[in-house]
Design a protein around this ligand. Structure first.
Ligand code: ADP
Length: 386
């Protein structure tokens, strides 16, 4: 009994120590981009900087913001995982297409470090299509690819997927610094790796691989590493292969049809923006300013419903979810009762909003905050007639 108590006490102390080390490292990881944002934004007002310098500052502010966002996403993800709240959305996923997209995305980062990025797929073979959660696969592979590029200084990073019996096997292989055999058993555990000196030399919060492992296991698969220090590492992910030839139904088929159009001229349209935060409203208005669209503003769900009632000429609604008096869910329900065909696009700060929830709540589409300009314009354009 005494021994059990001592072991439990040691475990609790160990966990406490790891969490303190994690918080100290995290504080550094958060302060770094925040310093850049505060520092460089204060330069924007001073008149002596030429235009090129200002552009450079804006780029730094922008990329630091993204860095901060990815840290926040990781922290939220880990807390969701620890609370047992990961949900999966299973659909047909074209793995080949997904790998091609990742190649385009990561080729820039690899080239910037003079590394060769190789996507090893058989281009004459059929696409690999399996039923799984595409967002999670993308997240797992993105994490592995960004690690591979981060920890490799010369040579190449190669990735691929193949079907073997009942599994889809992915690998991400690099010619980087490798991982010590003693550390290999820890790297998939949260909080652990932040202690190692390796993590101190490279930026990172030490959460990526633990998130990968939790997501892979949720998909019914497993992840492993094979690595030789100084030579490189290969991460292998295996998930069940489930193909369903007949299955072509996609949930977005039931939504209003998206029409593509490249130039944005919406002068004949009125868009209602339901948003209580003034700065968010101004930001959306600014993004729309070049399109000549007319804009109405509602500061809560109740006002939004009233405006849809009194302005039948409204073509589209952009709906914040969290608002005073009446939230975006209730407002959308009432708007859809009045005008079922009026497109309502949710904008949400919740990372875990997924396609199923969108449909259930009656929205036609959703945009996650922070809203990305190109995606925003494409989504809206898809719902507006010219
Ligand atoms: P982070 O990269 O943010 O520190 P991860 O959980 O993604 O956190 O990785 C944990 C640790 O595993 C890293 O800090 C690094 O020491 C090691 N590691 C992960 N991927 C690689 C790789 N491709 N090559 C060498 N070391 C790696």
């Amino acid at each position: 009994m005494n021994e059990e108590l001592i072991s439990a006490k040691n475990k609790a102390e160990e966990s406490d120590r790891l969490k303190s080390a994690f918080l100290a490292n995290m504080s550094h990881e958060i302060r770094t981009p925040l310093n850049a944002i505060l520092g460089f934004s204060s330069f924007l007002k001073s008149p002596e900087h030429p235009r090129e310098r200002i552009n450079e500052f804006v780029d730094i502010i922008h990329s630091s913001g993204h860095q901060l966002l990815s840290i926040i996403n990781d922290i939220i993800e880990v807390s969701q995982i620890e609370a047992g709240h990961i949900s999966v959305t299973i659909d047909d996923v074209n793995i080949t297409k997904l790998l091609n997209e990742l190649f385009i995305l990561f080729n820039k980062d690899a080239s910037a470090k003079n590394l060769e990025l190789i996507l090893n797929i058989n281009r004459s073979a059929d696409d690999i299509i399996t039923r799984t959660d595409g967002t999670k696969i993308r997240q797992i592979l993105s994490n592995l690819l960004s690690n591979a590029i981060k920890f490799t200084h010369e040579g190449k990073v190669e990735f691929a997927a193949r079907v073997a019996k009942d599994n889809v096997i992915f690998y991400v292989k690099d010619t980087g610094i490798g991982i010590d055999p003693d550390d290999q058993k820890y790297i998939f555990e949260p909080f652990r790796q932040v202690e190692t000196t390796i993590t101190r030399n490279y930026s990172g919060n030490g959460l990526g691989l633990s998130i990968c492992r939790a997501l892979v296991e949720k998909l019914g698969g497993n992840i492993s590493v094979n690595s030789i220090p100084g030579k490189g590492s290969t991460f292998t992910v295996t998930i069940p292969y489930e193909s369903d030839e007949k299955e072509v139904k996609r949930d977005d088929r039931e939504r209003p049809v998206l029409r593509k159009n490249s130039k944005y001229n919406w002068m004949n349209h009125i868009i209602l923006i339901a948003e209580d935060e003034m700065n968010n409203y101004k930001f959306i208005k600014e993004m729309l300013s070049s399109t000549k669209v007319k804009i109405l503003h509602a500061r809560n769900g109740k006002e939004a419903v009233e405006m849809v009632k009194t302005h039948p000429e409204i073509s589209l609604v952009i709906m914040d979810l969290k608002m005073p008096e009446m939230d975006g869910y209730k407002a959308t329900e009432m708007i859809k009762e009045m005008r079922p065909k009026l497109p309502v696009i949710a904008q949400t700060a919740t990372v875990y909003f997924n396609n199923d929830e969108v449909k259930k709540a009656g929205f036609d589409e959703y945009l996650s905050k922070p809203i990305e300009f190109n995606e925003f314009m494409e989504v809206i354009d898809g719902f507006l007639d010219n």
